[in-house]
Design a protein around this ligand. Structure first.
Ligand code: NAD
Ligand code: DAU
Length: 351
């Protein structure tokens, strides 16, 4: 395969590139990433010198860049990760979310369609659209988990923009028979996740002796999946997924936020030396809730299991330990990310 990975310098994209380069060392991988605040070329340091690898800094909304890459690199598979991905930022400034997530996805689809048609519609071409469980909205405590037929009900500008992009991908399959597949995944965690997200934020704030801000009553539930398991799932979908289908991917690990933060505190107490407090849990602080905060997400990943034979391998206990250890041993990675821009966002969000 000759793969174009959009957003490959972000959290999941970079983990996916690592996975792909290790699993298929002879295959060409081209990353297109705008290097927004969330993109970091350091995330690709392990692969950037490979002969089969190329990084291009560019915007998925820029049609000429996309057109040129598809042709010059003779791409047959697009794995589309590029997005604005943080719910809190979408509440503070939704425009970038509509631009990248909706207009950017549309630009890629149009470029890929014309390229695929000009090549006489080869049957091996693929467009994988990486999406989120948040498009399904919010569950009550006793509701069944989201499955592929759950109606869309996005509640934040982020999830609405991802839902819009999913609908465009679906329409391109139905109208043009463009060879697309959509995946909707639950909350990922693991190495290279930007500090603004819950798990890295808790690890980093503990090391800095800063409050650990828990929104509302801390009883919101997320279904956590180790990022390596997500990457394996996407690999299986690219190779064996059925065109035009949607696959839900999840960890079957529902945890209340406050419980997760307490587990992280215990791990920090155990694994970190020289914490600035006697126990991380003393830093837990309940703060004003996120507006429109979805109560619960849960994924029914039976289709992935029964049709494609995928199940997660990393337990939440193993995965959280690996993740905490990674942040403890990589201060050189996360310290530069606490930039003035990040501090400004942080003050605005948490003031
Ligand atoms: P991220 O924010 O860490 O990375 C996004 C990447 O996209 C960055 O490298 C950024 O520079 C790049 N990017 C942003 N706008 C761009 C543009 N206009 N052109 C080119 N590149 C651009 O995001 P993530 O957490 O790695 O998520 C990746 C994808 O997976 C997203 O589509 C997200 O919706 C989806 N997803 C994420 C999760 C999760 O828990 N993080 C779960 C399910 C689905
Ligand atoms: O469900 C998949 C989604 O998971 C992805 O589509 C998104 O890109 C990804 O960012 C993530 O969204 P969440 O909003 O669930 O993730 P986040 O890490 O921001 O928050 C997880 C939970 O923790 C959520 O209920 C809000 C809460 N939270 C978050 C932060 C940053 C806090 O209580 N305090 C915080 O400071």
């Amino acid at each position: 395969m000759r793969l174009l990975v959009t957003g490959g310098a972000g959290f999941i994209g970079a983990n996916f590139v690592h996975h792909w380069c290790q699993a298929y060392p002879d295959e060409r991988v081209v990353v297109l990433d705008a290097l927004t605040y969330a993109g970091n070329i350091e995330n690709l340091a392990l692969v950037e010198r490979r002969e089969n690898f190329r990084f291009v800094q560019g915007d998925i909304c820029d049609r000429s860049v996309v057109d040129e890459l598809l042709v010059t690199e003779n791409i047959d598979t697009v794995a589309h990760f590029a997005a604005e991905s943080h719910v809190d930022r979408s509440i503070l400034g939704p425009a970038a979310f509509v631009q990248t997530n909706v207009v950017g996805t549309f630009t890629l689809l149009e470029a890929f369609r014309q390229y695929w048609e000009a090549q006489k519609k080869p049957s091996n071409y693929r467009f994988l659209h990486v999406s989120t469980d948040e498009v399904y909205g919010s569950l009550g405590p006793d509701d069944p988990a989201f499955c592929e037929t759950t109606p869309y009900a996005p509640n934040s500008p982020y999830s609405a923009s991802k839902a819009g992009s999913d609908h465009l991908v679906r329409a391109y399959y139905h109208t043009y028979k463009l060879p697309t597949i959509i995946t909707n995944c639950s909350n990922n965690y693991g190495p290279y996740q930007f500090p603004e997200k819950l798990i890295p934020l808790m690890c980093i704030n503990t090391l800095l002796g800063k409050p650990l801000p828990v929104y509302g009553d801390g009883k919101n539930v997320r279904d956590w999946l180790y990022v390596g398991d997500h990457c394996r799932a996407l690999d299986v979908v690219i190779h064996h997924g059925k065109l035009g289908e949607t696959y839900n991917i999840g960890g079957n690990n529902e945890v209340e936020n406050i419980n997760l933060v307490q587990i992280l505190c215990q791990l920090m107490d155990e694994l970190a030396s020289d914490l600035p407090v006697s126990s991380a849990k003393h830093l837990i602080t309940f703060v004003k809730d996120r507006p429109g905060h979805d109560q619960r997400y849960a994924i029914n990943a039976n289709k992935m299991k029964t049709q494609l034979g995928w199940t997660p391998l990393v337990t939440i206990t193993e995965g959280l330990r690996l993740t905490v250890e990674w942040y403890l041993t990589h201060p050189d990675w996360w310290k530069p990310l606490l930039s003035p821009e990040y501090q400004a966002y942080y003050s605005q969000n948490y003031s």
